[in-house]
Design a protein around this ligand. Structure first.
Ligand code: UDX
Length: 411
């Protein structure tokens, strides 16, 4: 969605192909089915002008390029599920049958290194009697953060263009000509690996900060002071050093797991990546252990959980640390009152037997303790609302209130 509205914003004429009829109807009436800042406004600006939403692949043969942006969720063994990539590739191949025009297929989805070459290209060329030169292949990963995706698309740090040949790569460069960013030209598989390695490195920074944070907590010192000093080194930089409940979302847990799986398939033992995941899985449990240390057995206690989304500015709860924290609280017998400014509905379909509240004050009513799980700005402004608690035990999984002296998971 973000790629299509932003490509329209860059002046291109875009057909957004979506196979779910309900989503097509919603988008055509100008409604975005998820919360993403600025997305609906941009959809409304371009729909019916240079952006068309359709379930139909037929028009592909009249276009210059197809960007493949489908999901690659985790399978139960941690590997990437490539079924959507395969089926989209096969539909593109069929739609291009008989086309005489040069067409570039660009993989944007995050896929394990080798996928474009070993899965996408064969799937598209299967049943085609066209020679390879009629069709170009490129891999162009996206680095969009949820909640800030449009800004990240329009102001990227870099544009990575992997291509099988120069013609396909030159075409992708021309698509992004309106953006002011360095363009890195490379091979298809290298481009795929840039995305995995970037996400794995960012996840590593977070788990590293969490491990240092856990040690700082034992020492009674403030990890945020420490990492501020560490991040001043330009070789390290200050980003993604925020210790807390760990990383969630649709990318880091999934992509690090897929890279581990890929490495093991290659007979490697990815010790560092496995530790990154292990630290991340332990953080939510540490938070609940800390709470139990403060208020004793959790059985029958009312615990307010503020924040369900995996981070602020989104309604996405995929792999949110709150899922693990709430499940652990319930396993230990606590009653959970939860509130999120945007994600109550998404969480309701995953976790039942939780008292979902309309605002933070309602969740805090009569609570024995409060855990802060998402860095929503409205939580930093909470003050008198905490007076409604039975006992004022507040523990942060994200550092937002600490200026007021609250205890945190690593501070
Ligand atoms: C990430 C990448 O940043 C983006 O480049 C890629 O395209 C998709 O994956 P996103 O999942 O939207 O983006 O969220 P991000 O802002 O990176 O945060 C991921 C998780 O890490 C969140 O749960 C966040 O709370 C956590 N985090 C982030 C930390 O715990 N500490 C930090 O310092 C930064």
């Amino acid at each position: 969605m973000v790629s299509s509205v932003c490509l329209a914003e860059l002046g291109h004429s875009v057909d957004l192909i979506e196979i779910d009829d309900a989503k097509v109807a919603s988008l055509n009436s100008g409604r975005v089915p998820i919360y993403e800042e600025g997305l609906e406004e941009m959809l409304v600006k371009h729909i019916d002008h240079c952006l068309k939403v359709t379930p139909d692949y037929d028009n592909i043969c009249n276009t210059d390029a197809t960007f493949v942006c489908v999901g690659t969720p985790s399978l139960s063994d941690g590997s990437a599920d490539l079924s959507m990539i395969k089926s989209a590739s096969s539909s593109i191949g069929e739609a291009l049958l008989g086309s005489r025009k040069y067409h570039v297929v660009v993989v944007k989805s995050t896929v394990p290194p080798g996928t474009t070459e070993k899965v996408v290209i064969p799937e598209i060329l299967e049943n085609r009697h066209l020679k390879n030169q009629d069709i170009g292949f490129a891999m162009n990963p996206e680095f969009l953060r949820e909640g800030r995706a449009i800004k990240d698309f329009m102001k990227p740090d870099r544009i990575i263009i992997g291509s099988a040949d120069d013609k396909a790569g030159d075409f992708i460069e021309s698509v992004y000509r309106g953006l002011n960013a360095p363009m890195i030209r490379t091979g298809l598989t290298e481009a795929e690996m840039v995305k995995y390695a970037s996400n794995a490195f960012l996840a590593t920074k977070i788990s590293f900060s969490n491990e240092v944070g856990n040690i700082c907590k034992d020492l009674g010192i403030d990890v945020y002071e420490v990492m501020k000093g560490v991040g001043m080194d330009h070789r390290i930089n200050q980003y993604f050093l925020n210790a807390g409940a760990g990383f969630g979302g649709s990318c880091f847990p999934k992509d690090v797991s897929a890279l581990i799986h890929l490495a093991e398939d290659l007979d490697e033992d990815p010790i560092l990546l496995k530790s990154v995941m292990a630290i991340n899985e332990l953080q939510p449990k540490r938070l609940v252990d800390l709470l139990e240390k403060r208020i004793g057995h959790l059985s029958g206690k009312r615990v307010a959980v503020l924040g369900l989304a995996f981070k602020d500015n989104t309604d996405d709860v995929r792999a949110s640390r709150s899922i693990y924290v709430i499940s652990e609280l319930k396993r230990r017998g606590a009653r959970v009152a939860a509130y999120d400014p945007k994600a109550n509905n998404s969480m309701q379909s995953i976790l039942s037997d939780v008292d979902y509240c309309q605002n933070a004050a309602e969740a805090l009513n009569n609570a024995d303790a409060c855990l802060i799980m998402t860095e929503w700005p409205e939580f930093s402004a909470l003050d008198r609302e905490f007076d409604r608690m039975k006992t004022k035990v507040i523990i942060e999984g994200r550092r937002i209130l600490s200026c007021a002296g609250f205890e945190g998971i690593c501070w």
